[in-house]
Design a protein around this ligand. Structure first.
Ligand SMILES: Cc1cc2nc3c(=O)[nH]c(=O)nc-3n(C[C@H](O)[C@H](O)[C@H](O)COP(=O)(O)OP(=O)(O)OC[C@H]3O[C@@H](n4cnc5c(N)ncnc54)[C@H](O)[C@@H]3O)c2cc1C
Length: 397
């Protein structure tokens, strides 16, 4: 077999294998989450694998193997080639849609495909994979059906197809039914309390979950951090109205509505953070810290300083719970930084609030990325870089 033929086969095989890997990553299985240290990392790898697949598939298609005259092809092999062509153009089309959703900050391109459309079209990648699996199985390949490569590709097809089916229907096993038992319209967030209808979920403080409601217009699952994990299995979410869905939720949600929750996900857990910890929450980024603060205990050995940045005290969510943690736990100190009266929060202010040196502490942050970058840059300039840095993003990269 000519070298070029092998290269084309290798391009197609690698693209097909990476597609299967991407389908496995999309399952959100706990092992996947753990291996990549959080779903946002999983989605980052998923995005770059997707881009690589497009490049490989383009080259596989462009430098296609010349079959004319080499063998008499059966009808099914011809169909397999047609299916591959259709799958390739579908892959290209879906790839472009994903690109414009995922790389919205291109110069002069501010329009973004709505998340709901993106999500629905993204599901079709699984069908494209099935089309390519059909292609690899029935196309007249220039090697024996029992060859190692043929067996390998069949195994890849099986794994990818199983992952796709799990992604489409696995949620029926993973999600649990809840009931809305409390709604508080706080100025900075809508605070929604849920009680499990049956078996609840095991959620660690600091984790997030995908939540949807039976309420009209709120059926799409969105990720929110659990801001309170109660011993009776109850969960609380504090949701800021930042877009269409979250603003609609504030108006529409009511006690008695049903909810579906899938989770918990994420690796934002401060217990690995050592004896001195700095927690910095900005705005609605307070949610993981609220769940953590509920769980700190008087005999905890950690020394924790939490700085909660808001414009004014009215913006503070669940301040009573944070203050209760401060009273209960000698090692827990709360600083409410109100920018209206205390000015801009920067690295020098952060250092002034701490009873210990940042270099001896771990730094935990949830809030806007530019604020995080400015704080870390400022701390570095002061020669006070924290021992370790951990942060939660409220968006998948
Ligand atoms: C891990 C994580 C934890 C979060 N925790 C909280 C929290 O505790 N409280 C809070 O107020 N917000 C939280 N968010 C942010 C919240 O998910 C978004 O503000 C919300 O989904 C925006 O939806 P929208 O339709 O109102 O806004 P839009 O303006 O339509 O969307 C804004 C952006 O949110 C993302 N997004 C929209 N819909 C979805 C979806 N269904 N799934 C995933 N991403 C989506 C997209 O990147 C989109 O560009 C969290 C986000 C993540 C990723």
């Amino acid at each position: 077999m000519a070298g070029r033929t092998w290269i084309v086969i290798a391009l197609g095989s690698v693209a097909f294998s990476l597609m299967a890997v991407n389908l496995v990553l999309a399952t959100r299985l706990p092992g996947v989450d753990r291996a990549f240290r959080g779903l946002d990392q999983v989605y980052w790898v998923h995005k770059w694998l997707g881009i690589s697949i497009l490049v490989l598939a383009f080259n596989h298609q462009y430098f296609k193997i010349a079959t004319d005259g080499l063998q008499v092809m059966q009808e099914i092999s011809k169909l397999a080639i047609t299916v591959a062509k259709v799958s390739f153009y579908a892959l290209l089309f879906l790839g472009l849609i994903s690109f414009f959703k995922r790389v919205p900050k291109m110069p002069k391109i501010t329009w973004e495909i709505p998340y709901g459309w993106w999500r629905q079209t993204h599901r079709l990648f699984g069908l494209v994979f099935l089309g390519i699996a059909f292609h690899q199985f029935f196309v007249k390949a220039p090697f024996d059906n029992n060859a190692f490569l043929a067996t390998y590709l069949n195994v890849v097809a099986l794994i990818g197809s199983a992952a796709f089916l799990y992604t489409q229907f696995g949620f029926l096993l993973r999600r649990r039914g809840f009931k809305v038992v409390g709604v508080e319209k706080h100025p900075a967030a809508t605070i929604v309390d849920l009680a499990p209808k049956g078996r609840g979920l095991t959620v660690r403080p600091g984790s997030f979950a995908f939540v949807s409601f039976s309420t009209k217009g709120l059926g799409e699952p969105h990720p929110f951090t659990v801001s309170q994990v109660r011993p009776d299995g109850g969960l609380q979410f504090s949701i800021r109205g930042l877009g269409d869905y979250t603003k609609r939720l504030r108006d529409a949600i009511a006690v008695g509505d049903s909810a579906r929750v899938e989770g918990g996900y994420g690796r934002f857990h401060h217990h690995s953070g050592g004896p001195r910890q700095i927690w910095v929450a900005a705005g609605i980024g307070v949610t993981p810290f609220l769940a953590w603060a509920d769980h700190v205990r008087p005999d905890d050995a950690e020394q924790i300083t939490m700085i909660y940045c808001v414009r004014n005290p009215e913006e503070g969510v669940a301040l009573d719970r944070l203050r209760a943690a401060q009273e209960r736990v000698p090692g827990f100190k709360l600083v409410l930084h109100c920018s209206d009266t205390d000015g801009r929060f920067d690295a020098a202010k952060l250092v002034s609030y701490l009873p210990f040196e940042p270099a001896s502490a771990s730094f935990w942050f949830c809030g806007p990325a530019p604020m995080r970058d400015a704080l870390l840059k400022g701390l570095k300039a002061l020669g006070k870089t924290p021992g370790s840095v951990h942060f939660e993003r409220f968006e998948f990269r």
